[in-house]
Design a protein around this ligand. Sequence first.
Ligand SMILES: Cc1cc2nc3c(=O)[nH]c(=O)nc-3n(C[C@H](O)[C@H](O)[C@H](O)COP(=O)(O)O)c2cc1C
Length: 167
Amino acid sequence: MKEIKATELKENPFHLFKDRWALVSAGTKEKCNTMTVSWGGVGVFWNKCVATIYIRPQRYTKTFIDEQDCFTISVLGEEYREALAYCGRVSGKEVSDKWKEAGITPSFDGEVPYVKEAEIVFKCRKLCEGDIDPDTFLDSANDDLNYPNKDYHRYYIAEIEKVLVKD
Ligand SMILES: Cc1cc2nc3c(=O)[nH]c(=O)nc-3n(C[C@H](O)[C@H](O)[C@H](O)COP(=O)(O)O)c2cc1C
């Protein structure tokens, strides 16, 4: 893979998250996990290029995101749609090797895991985080629609330290 600047990215970010989906990976070489996300985005905050992800409290990957300073967002080609569906359906808590079961491979930038088969990888360093608070919702319909189980997301805003794209 080769490194590019975040500002050189050609991909439409709405298409990237909403349609292509992505895998958020976190942990260490010793133990790491990955999960599918389609809610999130990239933008600018504190004059830095950032990515924001929204993670529900019960996700196993959240344990690793919370333990480490960095995580990655990997975007895969259409041929990995089944792997993305698997990583969005099965928890790493339920299987001994989620990566293997999904047919993908963990690779590492330093200690930070990403998906080897990815076309685009964002390496992200957490800047700030918080819980989505229903008291701030302007329309309670969004609470009923998105949180029947009251499992409010935690948001993470993270600086994009590195963008890797397939050669
Ligand atoms: C298309 C798709 C998008 C998803 N997006 C998110 C998301 O943005 N945030 C989230 O918390 N869960 C999301 N999920 C659900 C998790 O990927 C799923 O619960 C996963 O099994 C969690 O894995 P883990 O427990 O191993 O971390 C999504 C699932 C799918 C299929």
